[in-house]
Design a protein around this ligand. Structure first.
Ligand SMILES: Nc1ncnc2c1ncn2[C@@H]1O[C@H](COP(=O)(O)OP(=O)(O)OP(=O)(O)O)[C@@H](O)[C@H]1O
Ligand SMILES: [Mg+2]
Length: 421
C-alpha cells in the first residue's frame, strides 16, 4: 500500500474545537481530506478549565474528521492561546567555531540557545523561539545563515512563553482524548500561516483573529514576526452584552447577533425592528434594530481600541502599511471591518484560510446551528494554519534546520509522516 503523508491540526477554541486532517500530495500540495467540528465547553477565554469536557469535545471533533478522511490519526499540532501567553524579543550572540569560520547548524543552535536566556518565572515555559533575522559580522537581514562565512553570529528572536499549568492542562486534554501532541503552536502564529500573504508579511501587517473568548494579534514587519499578543475578549462578550442589554437568553442573543447584528449603529437600518425572545423564553417582543447595535458597538469599539493600543506599543503606524487583516468568527459581524478601520486608522481586509477545500460546505455544523447551512471559512483559520505550520516546519528534508529556526516547546523532530496502511 502507498505511504500516505498526513498531518492534523487541532484548534482548541473557546467556542468550538476543530480538527483538520490534511494529506500532502506527491507535488507537496496540502489536500484537506477531513474536517470535524465540536462545540467547546471546557475552555474559558482560551484556557482549559475542564479537562474532561475538553477531551470529550476533542475526541468528537477528530473522530468526525477521521470518518470524513477514512483514516485514523495518532497525533496533531495543537493550538494554544489565553492571557497566560506573553512574548518578547530577545537577542543572542556567539562566536562562530571551527577552522573554516563557516556557519554550521551547531552554531545556529548555540545562538538560538543564547537568545533563549531570558528571565522566566518558575511558572512559565518557552513555547516558541522564532528567529526574526540573523546578523553575520554586523551584516543584518539574513534569513538563513547556514554555510555563510563569518566570525560573529547574532540572532534577533521573538520568544513566546506561557504558563506551565495551562500548557499541561491543554496537553492532558489532548492525551486523554487519545492523541499525541506533535507540537504546541501559538494560535495567531498558526492563523498567520493560513491567512496572510508573503507580500503582506514583507510589507508589514497585523493579523487580528477575533474568536469567542480571545482576540489574538500577530504583527509582521519585513517578513518577520515582531509582536504577538492574546487579549481576553471576543465574540462571546458581545453575545453576553446582548443577553443582558435586551434581556434575552444567551442562545437567542447569539442568534440575533449573527442574523441581525451590526458593529456600527450608523450602518443599521434606523426604521427596522427585530423579534427578541424574552428572558423567560416564552414570548417575543419587537425591539428597534438600533437598540441591538447600541449594545454591540461599545464592545466592538473596546476590542479594536485594545488592538490599537497594542499596535501603538509595537511602533509607529507606518510599521504596518499592509494594514489589518481580520479573521476568526467574531470578525464576521457585519460592519466589523469598517469600525476597525475607523478606530485603528489603517486599511482593513477580511481574511480566511487560503487553502481550504469545498469540504467546509458539507460538514455537519453542530456549533453554528443558527447560522444557515454553511460554516464560515474564517473560523478555520487557526486549524488550517496548524496544518500549514506542521507541513512547513516539519518537512523531513528540512526538519533539523527548521527546528532550530522555530525552536518549539516540544523541540522534537517527530516523524509525523505516519503510514496508515
Ligand atoms: N456570522 C457571524 N457574525 C458574527 N459573529 C459570528 C459569526 N459567526 C461566528 N461568530 C462569533 O464568532 C465567535 C466564535 O469564533 P471562533 O470560532 O473563531 O472562536 P474560537 O476559535 O472557538 O474561540 P477563541 O479563538 O477565542 O478561543 C463566537 O462568538 C460567535 O458568536
Ligand atoms: Mg480561535
Amino acid at each position: 500500500m502507498t505511504n500516505r503523508r498526513v498531518v492534523t491540526g487541532l484548534d482548541i477554541g473557546t467556542t468550538k474545537i476543530c480538527a483538520i486532517i490534511a494529506e500532502l500530495t506527491t507535488e507537496d500540495k496540502i489536500d484537506i481530506i477531513g474536517i470535524g467540528l465540536a462545540p467547546s465547553h471546557g475552555l474559558r477565554k482560551g484556557i482549559v478549565v475542564d479537562i474532561d469536557e475538553t477531551s470529550k469535545a476533542i475526541r468528537e471533533a477528530y473522530q468526525k474528521a477521521e470518518r470524513m478522511a477514512g483514516i485514523s490519526i495518532e497525533s496533531a499540532f495543537v493550538g494554544i492561546a489565553g492571557s497566560h501567553i506573553s512574548s518578547l524579543n530577545s537577542h543572542g550572540v556567539v562566536a562562530v567555531t571551527g577552522e573554516e569560520k563557516e556557519i554550521k547548524a551547531s552554531d545556529i543552535e548555540r545562538v538560538m540557545e543564547a537568545a533563549k536566556i531570558i528571565p522566566l518565572s518558575a511558572e512559565e515555559e518557552i513555547i516558541h523561539v522564532l528567529a526574526r533575522e540573523f546578523i553575520v559580522d554586523g551584516c543584518s537581514g539574513i534569513k538563513d545563515p547556514l554555510g555563510m562565512s563569518g566570525v560573529r553570529l547574532e540572532v534577533e528572536t521573538h520568544i513566546v512563553t506561557g504558563s506551565s499549568t495551562s500548557i499541561q492542562n491543554l496537553v492532558k486534554s489532548v492525551h486523554r482524548a487519545g492523541l499525541d501532541v506533535d507540537d504546541i503552536v501559538l494560535e495567531p502564529l498558526a492563523s498567520s500561516e493560513s491567512v496572510l500573504t508573503i507580500d503582506e508579511k514583507e510589507l508589514g501587517v497585523a493579523l487580528v483573529d477575533i474568536g469567542g473568548g480571545t482576540t489574538d494579534l500577530i504583527v509582521f514587519h519585513e517578513g518577520s514576526i515582531c509582536y504577538t499578543s492574546i487579549l481576553p475578549v471576543g465574540g462571546n462578550h458581545v453575545s453576553n452584552d446582548i443577553a443582558v442589554g435586551l434581556r434575552t437568553p444567551i442562545g437567542e442573543a447569539e442568534k440575533i447577533k449573527i442574523t441581525a447584528g451590526c458593529a456600527l449603529k450608523s450602518m443599521a437600518d434606523q426604521e427596522d425592528y427585530i423579534d427578541v425572545v424574552t428572558a423567560s423564553g416564552k414570548q417575543t417582543q419587537q425591539v428597534p434594530l438600533l437598540s441591538l447595535c447600541e449594545v454591540i458597538e461599545p464592545r466592538m469599539q473596546e476590542i479594536f481600541s485594545l488592538v490599537k493600543r497594542e499596535l501603538e506599543q509595537v511602533g509607529p503606524r507606518d510599521l504596518t502599511p499592509g494594514g489589518i487583516v481580520l479573521t476568526g468568527g467574531a470578525s464576521l459581524l457585519y460592519g466589523s471591518d469598517v469600525l476597525a478601520s475607523d478606530i485603528i486608522g489603517l486599511p482593513v481586509r477580511q481574511g480566511e484560510p487560503k487553502h481550504i477545500s469545498g469540504l467546509t460546505d458539507v460538514i455537519d455544523n453542530p456549533v453554528y446551528i443558527n447560522r444557515g447551512d454553511k460554516v464560515p471559512k474564517a473560523i478555520f483559520s487557526t486549524a488550517v494554519g496548524l496544518v500549514e505550520f506542521g507541513v512547513r516546519y516539519y518537512q523531513p528534508s528540512k526538519k533539523q534546520f527548521n527546528n532550530e529556526i522555530v525552536g518549539s516547546l516540544f523541540a522534537k523532530v517527530k516523524n509525523w509522516l505516519s503510514d496508515f496502511f
